[in-house]
Design a binder for this molecule. Structure first.
Ligand code: S5P
Length: 253
């Protein structure tokens, strides 16, 4: 089913917006802009923005963060039509997570369209994020599986995460996973651990190609970090990933 058709099955506004955006912009590439200073992040977002549907951040690795930076990032997201995904991986009890989402110095709920959470602490984490999140038209991804070697997210864990998400379709938009988990077309699957050359890094990360992730594992969005960041020409490399991801999507439709 095409992304645009799937939008009508989504109960969350942002999920519909994302699927429509992907179809219109013809990209299922998410760029993981894992750099440590604000200026580099903004320059890369401006450069790679036209190629992507989602820009993924790790706000807590920036060494010169200011709230003003988030305003500039939101401006770039509007300029290039991408959504901002803060890869915060919330994993605590609901009461703590709610404060981590709305408060502190990062004020994530104010600028991130999408955040993600581990299911390890139970559905309270979703409820905690949902009340502030829905008032700002945000969406949540649940971490059902991880890309790293010997991780603990086995098939039972992934299935239980799916069942937890099924209780909150108005807020959960999909999963961080290595494969499709359900036949319900409303879920959007984001897969990290993607490079054009499969392999691994020295700290347990494992890579498959865009083709394998989308055609064999039936995921939707490829998350690429160092595959683009460490290239001599990040823009040219992003275009290669975009093309590989979109070609694989078209081959399944
Ligand atoms: O299972 C996971 C989940 C995530 S969100 N494995 C991951 O690698 N990630 C994130 O995706 C990770 O935190 C990093 O920001 C990105 C992958 O980066 P790369 O440089 O290995 O492509």
């Amino acid at each position: 089913m095409q992304f645009s058709e799937r939008a009508s099955f989504c109960k969350n506004f942002l999920a519909k917006q994302l699927l429509t955006l992907m179809d219109e912009k013809k990209t299922n590439l998410a760029f993981s802009v894992d750099v440590t200073n604000c200026q580099s992040l903004l320059e890369l977002a401006d450069l790679i923005g036209p190629e992507i549907c989602v820009l993924k951040t790790h706000i807590d690795i920036l060494n010169d963060f200011t709230i003003d930076f988030t305003k500039k990032l939101v401006h770039l997201a509007k300029k290039h039509h991408f959504l901002i995904f803060e890869d915060r991986k919330f994993a605590d009890i609901g009461n703590t997570v709610k404060q981590q989402y709305q408060g502190g110095m990062y004020r994530i709920a104010d600028w991130a369209d999408i955040v993600n959470a581990h299911s390890i602490s139970g559905p309270g984490v979703i409820e905690a994020l949902m009340y502030p999140g829905l008032t700002k038209q945000r969406g949540l991804l649940m971490l059902a599986e991880m890309s790293s070697k010997n991780n603990l997210t086995d098939a039972i864990y992934a299935q239980k995460t799916l069942e937890m998400a099924e209780q909150f379709p108005e807020f959960v938009i999909g999963f961080i996973s290595q494969r499709k988990l359900s036949n319900n077309p409303n879920w959007i699957y984001f897969s990290p651990g993607i490079q054009l050359d499969p392999g691994k890094d020295e700290l347990g990360q494992q890579y498959v190609t865009p083709h394998t992730a989308i055609t064999h594992h039936q995921t939707d969005i490829i998350i690429v970090g160092r595959g683009i960041l460490q290239a001599d020409d990040p823009l040219a490399e992003a275009k290669k990933y975009r093309e590989a991801g979109w070609k694989a999507y078209l081959s399944t439709n």
